[in-house]
Ligand binder design. Structure first.
Ligand SMILES: Cc1ncc(COP(=O)(O)O)c(C=O)c1O
Length: 453
């Protein structure tokens, strides 16, 4: 065991036993999270990953149907993205003294695939940072401060992003948050218009399909109507495409479903091709220029690592592959197969309340059986995820804001055979669970009878 005073070299770290590296994580990083991973059975030593497959140190192969919460549209370690990063390894990666050679080209590529007339990009390293940048741009370009966001939303955990994230559990411990942020029900244009009428707002930020909120697809026409309501009241319409972007929902961006035209989109996750941490916001020229278009204002929002060469190379290659391999079409087709299969299983299961989703962003909401409630709110979906992992070697997870929902978000390169394997496993696990729930219900009844109820 390494002492707390010893410096661990990379060689040491790579040679550690699983037990040792977990102990270091527990001591030096986050003991609670460590326990949580252990509880859901994700505490394994994964040593290789390629495409949809992850391999542990016993040589067992797992199908990754979580897909890095939307960060792995191209799958694990896509060889062309790995190669793209290698190809620029001799170039200066971080050189703030001049304009990076690949930054403009990635800006152009993002503009080319973005909806509407989005043009100017800012590059950063994560989703939350992209959201921070978008919110600040909305404020500076409109000269207004208030913001509107949807209940159940998830935009990140930094202070600004958290202030527009509609989950009490995440917000409460950090109050006071950014003032002037108003929550409205997701999918309700009337409520949005009422707030925009009452307050001078800089922007409304929304996920076109809510991810962490439980994979919630808004009513048709909602996004377009929200855009129009914003513009009627002088506010900007910001689409958070961090999880939905780059083909995930069956189109390059999920706002395209409604033909909505955001003033700003925030992207991250799959923009880095599953290899580099990379985020961005992309705005119309008018909006960006109103905010930062003069030489005294052009440095008001920056990031040291933003625009680093390796991340730019990964981003360029990622966009090229999504377009070239028509991954949005593949997401639509595989998503239909997956959703139809899950719906069929849901109809017979007696456990599933609803199946939702668009493209390869599919959520399954379970009923909360009374017995399960007393055990744990997260009992049913997390135990189904655990069974999928242990018995079938399939990686899934529940959604952060709604733990009663299991998500299926595999890489967009998933094959029909892989989808079918997961469906078979899911059917099996649901059947197994039905038995357990019945047994619990029976036990509950027996205990109540014995107590004389
Ligand atoms: C829609 C959405 N926005 C923002 C974020 C935050 O991204 P990050 O974790 O990279 O900060 C996420 C992460 O799950 C997300 O799904």
């Amino acid at each position: 065991m390494l002492s707390t005073h010893e410096i661990v070299t990379l060689e040491d770290a790579l040679g550690l036993e699983r037990k040792e590296s977990v102990a270091l994580y527990r001591q030096f990083v986050n003991p609670g999270l460590c326990t949580l991973f252990g509880v859901v059975g994700l505490d394994r030593r994964f040593v290789r990953a390629h495409g949809v497959t992850v391999v542990d140190d016993q040589g067992i192969e797992y199908l990754d149907f979580l897909g890095g919460y939307g960060a792995l549209n191209l799958g694990h370690n896509h060889p062309e993205v790995v190669d793209a990063v290698r190809r620029v390894e001799e170039m200066p990666n971080i050189l703030q003294a001049s304009v990076g050679a690949l930054v403009g080209p990635l800006g152009q590529a993002l503009a080319a695939v973005s909806p509407g007339v989005l043009e100017k990009s800012f590059f950063c390293n994560s989703g939350a940072e992209a959201v921070e940048g978008a919110l600040k741009l909305a404020r500076i370009s409109t000269g207004r401060t208030d913001l509107v966001y949807a209940s159940g939303s998830f935009h990140g955990k930094s202070m600004g992003a958290l202030s527009v994230t509609g989950r009490e559990k995440y917000q409460a411990p950090f109050r006071p948050l950014v003032p002037g942020c108003h929550e409205v029900p997701f999918g309700d244009v009337g409520a949005l218009s009422a707030v925009l009428e009452q307050h001078e707002c800089a922007a409304f930020i929304v996920e076109p399909v809510q991810g962490e909120g439980g994979i919630i697809v808004p009513p048709d026409g909602y996004l377009k109507a929200a855009e129009e309501a914003c513009h009627a009241h002088g506010a900007l319409f910001i689409a958070d495409e961090i999880q939905t972007g780059f083909g995930r929902t069956g189109s390059m961006f999920a706002v395209e479903h409604d033909d909505a035209r955001p003033d700003i989109i925030a992207t991250a996750k799959s923009l880095g091709g599953g290899i580099m941490p990379l985020g961005a916001y992309t705005a119309t020229d008018d909006v960006w220029s109103a905010g930062y278009g003069s030489s005294d204002k052009c440095v008001l929002h920056t990031s040291t690592f933003g625009g680093n060469t390796r991340a730019m190379a990964a981003g360029l290659k990622a966009i090229e592959i999504v377009v070239r391999d028509e991954l949005a079409v593949r997401a639509r087709e595989s998503g239909e197969r997956l959703k139809a299969g899950v719906e069929r299983i849901a109809a017979d299961s007696g456990l599933i309340k609803e199946v939702r989703g668009r493209g390869l962003m599919v959520g399954v909401e379970f009923y909360e059986p009374k017995v399960a409630k007393s055990l744990s709110h997260e009992y049913l979906s997390s135990s189904i995820a655990a069974l999928l992992l242990h018995d079938h070697h399939i990686i899934t997870a529940y959604t952060l804001n709604n733990p009663n929902v299991i998500r299926f978000e595999p890489p967009l390169i998933v094959t029909d055979e892989q989808v079918d394997r997961v469906l078979e496993a899911f059917e099996n696990v649901c059947a197994h669970h039905r038995g357990i729930v019945r047994a619990f219900a029976g036990l509950g009844r027996t205990m109540l009878t014995r107590r004389g109820h």
